[in-house]
Write a protein that binds this ligand. Structure first.
Ligand SMILES: [Zn+2]
Length: 143
């Protein structure tokens, strides 16, 4: 815990879990946002329209379940308000709450298909992670 179990460079080919879904994933899925505490990641301000779209994707797009538990953010610890144990980051949309850290979102963008952890939302909002331009462009033209 406190350490992510996997790291992939942005825009490399997504292969994790592929053996479980050999036929129903886009053939050229690219990794986005597989960060850990041992690799420096790019940070910057990004278009404020990006986060609301990613939130919508986390709630509405295809999600592969990754583990039985949660991956916790490798950069911060969010503690339960009463009991003293770490809890996953979460987001809320229209009164629905979703825990981040157990799902991989699959989207087919305009230029590429991408696989990203749903923690991507938290990485951008809380840790200023800046994904590659091509991904941001595809997100902004998605809906
Ligand atoms: Zn965090």
């Amino acid at each position: 815990m406190g350490k992510s179990v996997m790291y992939y460079d942005d825009l490399t080919k997504f292969i994790y879990l592929k053996f479980l879904h050999p036929n129903d994933l886009p053939p050229d899925l690219l990794n986005i946002g597989w960060l850990d505490s041992e690799h420096v990641f790019p940070t910057d301000k990004i278009d404020p329209l990006v986060l609301p779209v990613i939130k919508k994707m986390v709630f509405n797009e295809r999600s592969l379940h990754m583990t039985r538990g949660y991956y916790f953010c490798p950069f911060c610890t969010i503690s339960h308000p009463i009991e003293n144990h770490p809890v996953p980051a979460s987001i809320e949309l229209g009164g629905q709450e979703k825990s981040l850290g157990s799902g991989t979102i699959i989207i087919q963008g305009k230029t590429h298909a991408y696989a990203f952890p749903n923690l991507l939302y938290h990485y951008i909002s809380d840790h200023k992670y800046k994904p590659p331009h091509v991904f941001i462009d595809d997100v902004l033209s998605y809906y």
